[in-house]
Design a protein around this ligand. Structure first.
Ligand code: DX5
Ligand code: ZN
Length: 233
């Protein structure tokens, strides 16, 4: 089983954190990731943007392959591109662990998700703020996890959209897959998302604008303390 499968089949109280390297210093990518690992990060979130679906242009399979060689953390690819199907094989061959795609823009979603899994990666679907959980209901049996975006696609450092807390809760009502939350996650917003059922916290600017080890630790700890509060511990 992979990272998301293990998380999904493990105790429901387990909350994990990962950094979004979009906000890292790309000249020192491996070192930046190591710092977050020291702070407890258990995966790396890798945003791929194509200057077409979104205005931003980021990193691709070559950088992913280098990062996979440089870290023992699973690399979680978040595709924000107009033609995700053409990038599945290159990222799988780069050795990434998981790939997420967006239902509304992925033609032949079932085929793409199946290809991700056939190539040995785990597959997730991304819900943008405007997308409701009902839009992925049919594909849930073929997924390993669900991503709830709490900002619009395209950039790090945007403000958290409060209404997405309720979205996380609604996803939990329709499936038991682990939910990753992405966008505007800080030590203040992480507990709200965890209380709503999120299991994986992705944070970019909140981690890298300070000391990545300390900030990663603070965010994970904030999420886990929400679990402890909920269980009366
Ligand atoms: C937005 C990206 C996010 C972003 C998160 O399109 O998918 O992963 O990097 O960055 P912060 O944590 O700064 O909102
Ligand atoms: Zn992302």
């Amino acid at each position: 089983m992979g990272f998301w499968g293990d998380l999904g089949s493990g105790p429901k109280e387990r909350v994990v954190g990962g950094s979004s390297v979009l906000a890292a210093d790309f000249a020192y990518l491996a070192e930046e990731v190591r710092k977050t690992q020291l702070g407890g990060a258990e995966f790396v979130h890798f945003d791929v943007m194509d200057n077409h679906l979104v205005p931003n242009l980021t990193i691709g399979p070559a950088v992913a392959a280098s990062l996979v060689r440089a870290t023992d953390l699973p690399v979680d690819v978040h595709l924000q591109v107009s033609d995700p199907a053409s990038l599945i094989r290159p990222f799988a061959e780069a050795g990434v662990s998981s790939i997420t795609v967006q239902p509304g823009i992925t033609r032949h979603l079932h085929r793409v998700v199946s290809e991700i899994r056939e190539l040995g990666c785990e597959a997730g679907a991304v819900l943008t703020p405007a997308t409701g959980p009902e839009e992925i209901a049919w594909i849930l049996p073929h997924l390993d996890y669900v991503v709830v975006m709490s900002v619009e696609l395209g950039f790090g450092g945007q403000g958290f959209i409060e209404g997405m807390v309720e979205k996380v809760r609604r996803v939990g009502e329709v499936c038991s897959l682990p939910v990753e939350v992405d966008g505007g996650i800080t030590a203040s917003t992480a507990p709200l998302m965890v209380e709503a059922g999120a299991r994986a916290l992705v944070a970019g600017s909140a981690v890298f604008r300070g000391d990545p080890t300390e900030e990663m630790r603070r965010i994970i700890e904030a999420g886990r303390s929400a679990v402890r509060r909920a269980s009366g511990g």
